[in-house]
Design a protein around this ligand. Structure first.
Ligand code: H79
Length: 437
């Protein structure tokens, strides 16, 4: 068992920065920005590689300016970013020696990954790359050539084990390129395992040994062993070498965070889109509100998790205006309230009915989501709070009105007005944070 406890210890070491930073940008960008019907378009519409090549021939993102992306991420309060170096369609945004299907062979003639990494590092952000295990383009990934849908993929019938091992060499080779030619990377984000395509089907022990030897500090997601639904040996007290450093719930914030079988917290990051798609989708205008995004971020942190929030730049290379507006709004909130996010985690209190707590040492952050309430009840905190201040402006919030102390012996009480007043609107009615010391 020694090996496994050391896997957990090393995971704890490697993920320290990750658990402090809490908030990152996911970027889904590739040829699918041109059809603009989501990153699964080739599979969903059964587009042949020959027809899909139209987009390769046309790809020319003349307004790609990763410094602008990096500024938007930083202003939003994000501390790291993850770009799709290769998605399921197999198109590489980097100058791989192992394929011609890459951005440097398009009209762009640019190594888009390299420029992304430079720009985000220059803004002081940590950087990661997404790499799809699934590959609809590679000729030795035969199961997807006729039928791109993995859930309906009958690999026993369609996949030739000998040619598949050539795909594995290609995949391992590209991971080696990314970890060798692009400087220090902070995150490696694989996507995804499904059905029988799990773990050693990817030669995962060998792959992880290579990753650890090339970049010992990089953190890896858990998808060499699982899909977006969660799972894998990271959830046990007996994780395998390729169990990954963090769990990656997709489009969901787990009700109770992520814990292993013994109830210990596991590092985790919810990956969530701004609208209903990952890749740029012109007709999808169902964007989440600024408030919804802020509350999702707070919810993740209140359960010891991170939020990796996705943007899908368009074919010109720009993050859509709607997305930029949301990021700016989240950034305005973060500019005043990020002390309740960074280095914070779950509080030793149950969820209050008016919002959520986060905690950092002896500082408790009361995130108030209900509107138009003049006072809130702090169950179980009577006598434990020295002072209460609005995090946004440092202004005083009143504690412990005498008659409340009598009515609620266990509770403290916060009031946003002088003690005589019964109700009073909160200074900022939405997503107000009170710092309790
Ligand atoms: O990269 C993003 C997604 O493309 C990828 N993971 C995130 C991070 C992902 N792979 N699989 N899935 C998500 C789940 C599969 C969903 C599907 Fe479908 C249901 C595939 C086909 C039906 C969603 C809906 C995609 C196309 C239609």
């Amino acid at each position: 068992m020694m090996g496994n406890s050391s896997i957990i210890n090393e995971r704890t070491e490697r993920t320290q920065w990750f658990l402090q930073d809490r908030f990152g940008m996911f970027i889904h960008w590739g040829l699918y920005a041109i059809p603009a019907r989501g990153e699964w378009v080739q599979s969903v519409e059964r587009i042949s590689n020959e027809d899909y090549k139209t987009y390769f021939d046309e790809f020319d993102p003349i307004r790609y300016d990763p410094s602008a992306w990096a500024r938007a991420a930083k202003q939003a309060g994000m501390k790291y970013a993850v770009l799709t170096a290769k998605h399921h369609d197999g198109f590489c945004l980097f100058d791989s020696a192992l394929t011609d299907y890459k951005s440097t062979n398009t009209r762009a003639r640019r190594d888009l990954v390299w420029e992304f990494l430079e720009a985000f590092r220059a803004e002081g952000l940590k950087v990661g790359l997404y790499y799809s295990l699934v590959d609809w383009h590679h000729e030795d990934y035969p199961a997807f050539r006729d039928n791109h849908h993995p859930m309906r993929d009958n690999e026993n019938e369609k996949r030739n084990p000998e040619t598949f091992s050539q795909y594995l060499s290609y995949m391992h080779g590209q991971v080696r390129e990314l970890l060798t030619n692009y400087g220090k990377l902070d995150i490696m984000w694989f996507d995804f395992s499904y059905g029988e395509m799990v773990g050693e089907k990817w030669k995962a022990t060998e792959l992880m040994a290579m990753i650890r030897s090339l970049q010992p500090h990089i953190i890896v997601d858990n998808r060499l062993e699982s899909g977006g639904e969660g799972g894998g040996s990271i959830y046990t007290n007996n994780p395998l070498s390729y169990s990954g450093d963090f769990a990656s719930p997709e489009q969901i914030i787990p009700p109770h965070g992520v814990k292993d079988q013994d109830g210990n917290s596991i590092p985790w990051e919810a990956n969530i889109t701004l609208n209903n798609n990952w890749g740029y989708t012109a007709h999808d205008l169902q964007y989440k509100s600024i408030t919804t995004v802020i509350r999702k971020l707070v919810e993740c942190v209140s359960k010891n998790g991170n939020l990796l929030l996705n943007v899908g730049p368009n074919a010109m290379g720009e993050i859509p205006r709607d997305s930029l507006d949301i990021l700016a709004g989240v950034g305005n909130w973060m500019a005043q309230n990020s002390a309740s996010i960074y280095e914070c985690g779950q509080a030793d209190l149950s969820k209050p009915e008016w919002g959520r707590y986060t905690q950092k040492g002896n500082r408790l952050y009361a995130h108030i989501f209900e509107e138009n309430i003049g006072s809130i009840n702090l169950n179980g905190l009577a006598g434990r709070i020295k002072k209460a201040r609005l995090l946004a402006d440092g202004s005083e919030v009143f504690l412990n009105r005498p008659w409340n102390a009598i009515l609620f012996m266990e509770d403290a009480f916060l009031s946003f007005a002088k003690p005589e007043a019964l109700t009073y609107p909160l200074p900022d009615k939405r997503n107000t944070v009170v710092e309790l010391e």
